[in-house]
Ligand binder design. Structure first.
Ligand SMILES: Cc1cc2nc3c(=O)[nH]c(=O)nc-3n(C[C@H](O)[C@H](O)[C@H](O)COP(=O)(O)O)c2cc1C
Length: 185
């Protein structure tokens, strides 16, 4: 074994730094006549068809109350140009601040939900709550993506990936191994 991969003991409460796949997203919501946005890193694909996305929205967040009330959200994909906005939105509560106005973001009407898309993001996925069975225990919501809006260029946007401690990685180089993808699933 090469010294390069010699591992050391690591605090288990920090493993999320390595397992959070990103990309970091901005989750918009609408309830009681008001909009909100939160930053989110803890999400994963649960199923392809119908497209289901699972994610943790901590109960203390204003977004939690809004999304429980409406059963809807939009998952927006920010890129490198929005990194300061992503950090700031994740450090202020929508109970105190109108985040669209405060951060100069443009709300755009969605097709299927009442929640606005964020115009400045590369992609926006309209979501409806699909399953709340794990919300009380884990704050884990499962949403169905009911409409998707994606900018065609660039094909590989510079998405942000959170590694903890206020540090983000930016997606960059791509590698194709298409010839090895022979399993039909
Ligand atoms: C990079 C980053 C990732 C975050 N990921 C999550 C997450 O996945 N789930 C969560 O509940 N909070 C997450 N947060 C914290 C929320 O964005 C933060 O508590 C925010 O202020 C919530 O806003 P709200 O109270 O208006 O809903 C993250 C914050 C940052 C900066």
């Amino acid at each position: 074994m090469s010294a390069k991969h010699a591992k050391q003991s690591f605090p288990v409460d920090q493993v999320r730094r390595y397992l959070e796949p990103g990309p970091v997203v901005l989750v918009s919501s609408f309830a009681g006549g008001r909009t909100n946005i939160m930053t989110m890193g803890w999400h994963s694909i649960v199923a392809f068809n119908p497209p289901l996305v699972g994610c943790v929205i901590a109960a203390g967040n204003h977004s939690y109350r809004m999304i429980r009330a409406s059963g809807e959200c939009v998952i927006n994909l920010p890129t490198r140009a929005l990194v300061d906005t992503v950090a700031k939105i994740g450090n202020v509560s929508g109970a105190d601040v109108d985040k669209f106005a405060a951060f100069g973001l443009t709300p755009q009407p969605a097709d299927q939900v009442k929640v606005p898309l964020i115009a400045e993001c590369h992609a926006s996925f309209e979501c409806r709550l699909h399953d709340d069975a794990m919300v009380d225990k884990y704050n884990y919501f499962i949403f169905e993506v009911v409409a998707a809006h994606v900018a065609p260029v660039p094909a590989h946007p510079e998405t942000l990936h959170y590694t903890g401690d206020g540090t983000f990685m930016v997606a960059g180089k791509t590698i194709s191994r298409r010839a090895l993808f022979t399993k039909v699933s």
